[in-house]
Ligand binder design. Structure first.
Ligand SMILES: *[C@@H]1O[C@H](CO)[C@@H](O)[C@H](O)[C@H]1NC(C)=O
Ligand SMILES: *[C@@H]1O[C@H](CO)[C@@H](O)[C@H](O)[C@H]1NC(C)=O
Ligand SMILES: *[C@@H]1O[C@H](CO)[C@@H](O)[C@H](O)[C@H]1NC(C)=O
Length: 199
């Protein structure tokens, strides 16, 4: 009898020590393997040059750079801080596959979608609802057993970490998804990068 109740106590203790079941990842993390996750609080994004030179394993810090405005809204794109030296949205969160930047005194933003050849474009407006932003992002931990990674997780867009470039558009160096000629930016200046989460 004593043995039985001891056993019961032991089971109860083990059960309460087990972590809660892992929430299933959304389809925006499909095919990214066991290192994928889609919720991260408070990080910044940096571009790691996959073919060129990097001064460190972080890569070039990115900010939300200007990309024009219409009545009641402005557009923002990921630009290198080196070419757009203002950081109005210093905090970024990944919430269920949505990328949500914030900063003191700024308007909320949302991404309607990102198509091949285009820049990653945020709409900033007080009438925008960030919880309606496109669920297209996932993060992937650096799990390369050969140790070729940088130690920082990568951002994936549409399940793909390998299709980002930095391209020159006027004075800014902006992030483009699946860069192609004829989209406004200077395609000849594009080079591949990986987007890293820094936190
Ligand atoms: C985000 O992290 C930075 C430090 O990395 C901290 O200074 C800041 O207060 C944090 N912001 C939020 C909104 O949690
Ligand atoms: C990436 O590498 C290329 C080629 O070396 C270089 O021209 C470019 O400035 C580098 N970009 C950054 C952000 O370090
Ligand atoms: C890494 O190098 C970039 C220049 O490519 C620089 O802007 C950034 O501040 C550096 N980050 C760290 C953590 O040293």
């Amino acid at each position: 009898m004593l043995a039985f109740s001891l056993l019961a106590v032991t089971f109860a203790a083990v059960a309460s020590a087990l972590p809660a079941a892992k929430r299933a990842l959304g389809p925006w993390c499909d095919n990214l393997g066991g290192g994928a996750f889609d919720n991260v609080a408070n990080f910044t994004v940096a571009a790691y040059n996959t073919t060129g030179t990097n001064t460190n394993t972080t890569g070039a810090p990115l900010v939300l750079g200007q990309a024009g405005a219409i009545d009641g809204a402005s557009f923002k794109v990921f630009s290198t801080f080196a070419t757009f030296p203002y950081n109005q949205y210093p905090f970024i969160e990944l919430v269920d596959g949505r990328l949500i930047p914030s900063g003191p005194g700024t308007s909320p933003t949302a991404i309607n979608g990102v198509t091949a050849g285009s820049e990653v474009t945020f709409v900033a407006s007080n009438s925008v609802d960030p919880t309606k932003s496109a669920q297209i992002w996932c993060a992937v931990a650096d799990t390369d057993p050969a140790g070729h990674g940088t130690g920082h997780p990568y951002l994936a867009l549409h399940g793909d970490t390998d299709s980002f470039s930095l391209c020159q558009y006027l004075s800014q160096n902006n992030v483009v998804y699946k860069a192609a000629a004829g989209n406004g930016y200077d395609f000849d200046t594009c080079y591949p990068v990986k987007l890293q989460l820094i936190y």
